[in-house]
Design a protein around this ligand. Structure first.
Ligand SMILES: NC(=O)c1ccc[n+]([C@@H]2O[C@H](COP(=O)([O-])OP(=O)(O)OC[C@H]3O[C@@H](n4cnc5c(N)ncnc54)[C@H](O)[C@@H]3O)[C@@H](O)[C@H]2O)c1
Length: 555
């Protein structure tokens, strides 16, 4: 079969993409379903984009009930049928979540809404928009960076979002509420989306105002994935009074706003700016710890304990260790959307931003320090990094999720490979690491991070190891990159046994406590960690004590 005409799910199942003839029948199916559901009093909601946010938001909406426990919404999730994403549609229609996460409620919720309540379906046809009373926009708006460590050279990718808004305006009924949840450059809802919709409405002969609103997502994929959408505070706003009232009503009906009250702001630019400032603030407090992480490593300080000591003070309780880079889809890009808006939406030429871009640049390059620690640890063991076998544990950007977007781990693998190491990767939440397997085309042609490194060609063949213990065999170095539960529980003796030799252990995310560090050292391993300057002290103490019986040999 022509590979461009099929979509392969993460587990390897192949789905042929829909043909032109399929579209008619698909719309007829949806029309019938929507009519039936309306008869039973449900509102038809179309969620555009079934990614990490849209898939779960669609299910949260589909699960909504009134005070008597009756379902109030029928949700049609629209996902574009690209070969990379189409598989999400048939999977979701079977009641299977297209996103993997540690939160068991994700699977339960999707299965319940699709199979039992029958309030959730997925489709590829954008004609579904014709049936909408509410449209929720959960597509991505990328910020494309032209260089590594300089966010200022990037640009917001507005074309796709503009096309989505135009398409929505072409299809929706005039009175439908359009809620943009996508994180956008401040000003987008009023200065970009509204004029697009207004012009198309005028051409369609619609004289009423588009009911356009903005409310950003604060979803945290992971253990509390569903709750982070449904049981969490939201900020919203609308382009006019009617839109503001409609969005307030809609969110009150689908989220637990009784316990987590809504903040309704006056204008969408305020809600859009709130999102960008919220994430820039987070990016900044993470970036700020990068220099202290180096300070700690060079001066015998364990930054992990320092942060824990500071966090006891309630005013500083949200301080977090930065890990090997700050990945995820949001923090590396959101500040960039703000900078871009200032210049390209509002037309200012001066440069008022200092901290926001600097924080992103620091975070974007922090991961490059991890390969240096691997190099140094191996050197202390008398092994050169070139041709060393390195096993990286954790590809995702954070614990308990399978999202690899902009993860620090990607940079670690690329840099280690450039330095000549042979890298294997394990991650319990992933079947494929598309940033490598499809590096010529993902995240889009010419935008892979591979362009910033040498010797990247072989990484197309990188696959995710499924058997953790087998993957460790013969390792010269092991890099703990993510705080996945399975890695927190690793027993040093078992790891040592699986490797079959002493190795360099590099902890990038405070995975190891002092007891484990000590045990690895006893086993003859070299241990280093980002921000963990105290390891040398543990080693010195060990060296000055009579040796306990150990399976390994200290060098
Ligand atoms: N992932 C997070 O943790 C998170 C948290 C808060 C906010 N956000 C924001 O939410 C938005 C969505 O993020 P995401 O993580 O779900 O992204 P994603 O890439 O996982 O999902 C977007 C989905 O939309 C689909 N899509 C794109 N254009 C489409 C179109 N025209 N019609 C139908 N489908 C289309 C894509 O194929 C993809 O499946 C972004 O703006 C992001 O910044 C994400």
């Amino acid at each position: 079969m022509d590979k461009t005409q099929i979509s392969i799910s993460p587990s390897g199942e192949q789905f042929p993409l829909p043909t032109r003839e399929d579209y008619r029948a698909e719309y007829t199916r949806l029309e019938k379903l929507a009519a039936e559901q309306r008869k039973s009093g449900k509102q038809v909601v179309v969620v555009v984009g079934l990614g990490f946010v849209g898939a779960v938001m669609a299910a949260v909406v589909a699960d909504a009930t009134d005070k008597k426990g009756r379902s109030t919404k029928f949700v049609i999730g629209v996902q574009r049928p690209s070969s990379r994403s189409f598989w999400k549609i048939p999977l979701l229609n079977r009641g299977v979540s297209p996103v993997k996460a540690e939160d068991p409620e994700v699977e339960q919720l999707i299965s319940r809404c699709v199979k039992e309540k029958r309030t959730l379906v997925a489709t590829y046809t954008e004609e579904a928009l014709k049936l909408a009373e509410v449209v929720v926009v959960d597509v991505q708006c990328d910020y494309l960076k032209e260089s590594l460590g300089n966010v200022r050279t990037g640009a917001a990718e507005m074309a796709a979002l503009e096309a989505s808004m135009a398409n929505i305006a072409e299809n929706i009924p005039a009175e439908a509420l359009v809620l943009i949840e996508t994180t956008v450059a401040p000003g987008t809802t009023e200065q970009i989306a509204y004029p697009i919709m207004k012009k198309i409405f005028q051409r369609r002969g619609i004289h009423s105002e588009p009911l356009l609103a903005h409310s950003y997502e604060r979803v945290m994929p992971g253990r509390n994935y569903v709750a982070s959408i449904r049981d969490f505070w939201r900020v919203c706003s609308g382009v006019n009074d009617a839109a503001r009232e409609r969005v307030t009503q809609f969110l009150t009906e689908v989220l637990h706003t009784d316990k987590y009250p809504l903040t309704v702001l006056d204008r969408p630019i305020e809600s859009e700016t709130a999102k960008i400032v919220e994430n820039s603030y987070r990016a900044t407090i993470l970036a700020f710890l990068d220099e202290w992480s180096l300070f700690a490593e060079r001066n015998g300080v364990d930054l992990k304990k320092v942060i824990e000591a500071i966090k006891v003070r309630p005013t500083h309780s949200n301080m977090i260790f930065p890990g090997p880079g700050i990945g995820g889809y949001c923090l590396p890009k959101d500040g960039g959307l703000g900078l871009w808006a200032y210049r390209h939406i509002f037309g200012f030429e001066d440069d008022i931003f200092k901290i926001t871009p600097l924080a992103i640049d620091i975070n974007d390059t922090r991961a490059l320090h991890a390969p240096q620690l691997v190099r140094d640890a191996l050197r202390n063991m008398g092994k050169p990094i070139a041709a060393a076998r390195v096993v990286l544990l954790g590809a995702a950007y954070r614990e308990d999720v399978g999202d690899t977007r902009y993860s620090g781990s990607e940079l670690i693998v690329r840099k280690l490979t450039e330095m000549g190491a042979d890298v294997k990767v394990h991650d319990p939440y992933l079947d494929h690491w598309w940033e490598f397997e499809a590096q010529d085309s993902y995240p889009r042609p010419d935008y892979s991070w591979s362009r910033f490194f040498h010797r990247q060609e072989p990484l197309k063949n990188l696959h995710i190891e499924k058997d953790l213990w087998a993957s460790l065999k013969g390792a010269d170095a092991i890099v703990l990159a993510v705080r996945h539960d399975a890695y927190l529980k690793l027993d040093p003796d078992r790891v040592f046994q699986s490797a079959g030799q002493a190795f360099a252990m590099v902890d990038c995310f405070c995975v190891l406590d002092d007891q484990k560090i000590r045990r690895y050292l006893e086993l003859g391993c070299e241990v280093k960690g980002m921000g963990r300057g105290h390891i040398k002290r543990i080693k010195d103490r060990l060296d000055s004590q009579p040796k306990p019986r150990a399976t390994g040999r200290r060098r």
